[in-house]
Design a protein around this ligand. Structure first.
Ligand code: AMP
Length: 393
């Protein structure tokens, strides 16, 4: 819907020129509320097609279905194990949904921010372009990343949120005091990107305005400022220039022009969507190739995480190569641990038993160096692949 476009998608399209970008259709998140299976399949493809129609370029960016990249769920578990219940209970979106859910609330909905943190952190993300409603979840991802890094070494990059200046929080057309949402039961509360022109005219015409007649962003009134923001975000103009153009003009003319603006804006998107929807083989190929790339990239981070927490590599797991086993006797263990894992283990045991003061500076430095190295083993911070990387360990 149009709120998603101005709050997030517009920035996604623009940022892909400057950043390597990953866009996922969040089908795992979708089932945090009940979904009809056939409908979920249809809507997942519809979403992917809409991303392409809006200008996401599959040649530049990676587009994939979240459920096709297992690392998201694997990292989720690790994140769950460093997240307290209280942190998730404080999330505003969870509290809102819980209050509206007549008693039955699922663990998945509660855990939603942890999965979102996995979505973000797996790709060593710098920027998360999103609407204002996601800021608290992005802050949670930052906090988890710091907490994990503090405990296990510098594995995660700390992401920044990126919200648009205009339209970061579009409000409902009929209820301008609540956020515009695609899951609203009242479809007149939003303009869907695939709405036909007559529906757009009707929705904008019946959108709630305020008492008075001025077309101006008066902070005490919810309706007209929301429509002005929508106008400015879609046209790319400043809010003030929209206000100036409509000085002395009436709501009816303003709403008619806004409807026309949105219809003209959506026309090419809808035409591209029709072409993409008519070629399901192409869409499948885009999503399969996106999932391949996303799997490759996410598993790289996941393997660093797994090594850091102390999971041993499985058979054929080339990315979780441990760099050999230490010979000789190991402290508190009959079985030799891989050297890097042991370095961190030793360091943590020292901290936990409060014996740090007894360790000589030289021994501490040696342990630190080894633990630090562990975060970049297999692929160092400068290389993208093991093949490129000349580091032995
Ligand atoms: P969702 O609809 O929750 O899947 O959100 C997809 C993206 O659109 C996220 O980045 C949201 O922050 C953004 N978004 C959702 N609703 C709005 C809204 N009413 N105004 C601005 N951005 C929004």
């Amino acid at each position: 819907m149009i709120g998603n476009y101005v709050g997030a998608l517009k920035n996604w399209v623009e940022l892909q020129a400057a950043y390597e970008s990953f866009f996922l259709v969040a089908d795992l998140h979708a089932i945090t509320v009940p979904q009809d299976p056939v409908d979920l399949q249809r809507r997942s493809l519809e979403f992917a097609a809409l991303l392409l129609a809006c200008g996401i370029d599959s040649g530049k960016s990676t587009i994939f279905l979240q459920s096709q990249v297992p690392a998201h769920l694997q990292l989720l578990w690790v994140i769950n194990c460093v997240t307290s219940m209280g942190e998730l209970q404080r999330m505003t979106q969870f509290k809102d949904k819980k209050d509206r859910s007549a008693g039955s609330i699922h663990v998945g909905l509660f855990d939603y921010p942890a999965l979102m943190a996995a979505d973000i952190l797996l790709y060593r993300t710098d920027l998360v372009p999103a609407g204002e409603d996601q800021e608290q979840h992005i802050e949670f991802a930052r906090r988890i990343a710091r907490k994990f890094n503090g405990r296990y070494g510098e594995i995660f990059r700390i992401p920044e949120s990126y919200t648009p200046r205009t339209g970061a929080r579009m409000m409902g057309l009929q209820t301008p005091t609540t956020k515009m949402s695609k899951s609203d039961r009242n479809a007149d509360n939003y303009v869907a990107l695939l709405d036909p022109p007559d529906a757009i005219y009707r929705k904008i015409k019946t959108a709630v305005t305020d008492s008075g007649s001025e077309i101006r962003c008066d902070a005490s009134k919810p309706g007209i400022p929301n429509l002005i923001t929508l106008y400015a975000a879609v046209s790319g103009e400043e809010v003030s220039s929209v206000e100036n153009r409509y000085v002395g003009k009436g709501y009816a003319e303003f709403k008619r022009n806004l409807a026309e603006l949105i219809i003209d804006f959506l026309r090419p998107i809808q035409a591209r969507y029709a072409m993409i929807a008519a070629d399901p083989a192409m869409l499948t190929e885009v999503l399969q190739s996106g999932a391949r790339n996303a799997r490759e990239r996410s598993e790289r981070t996941l393997s660093r995480v797994y090594r850091a927490v102390g999971f041993l590599p499985g058979e054929g797991d080339h990315r979780r190569r441990t760099g050999g086993w230490r010979s000789g006797s190991e402290r508190q263990s009959d079985i030799a641990l891989p050297s890097k894992t042991k370095a961190l283990h030793d360091r943590r045991s020292i901290m936990e038993t409060n014996e740090t003061k007894d360790v000589t500076a030289a021994a501490a430095a040696e342990t630190d160096a080894e633990a630090e190295c562990m975060t970049d083993c297999c692929v160092c911070c400068c290389c993208d692949t093991e093949e490129e990387c000349s580091m032995e360990e």
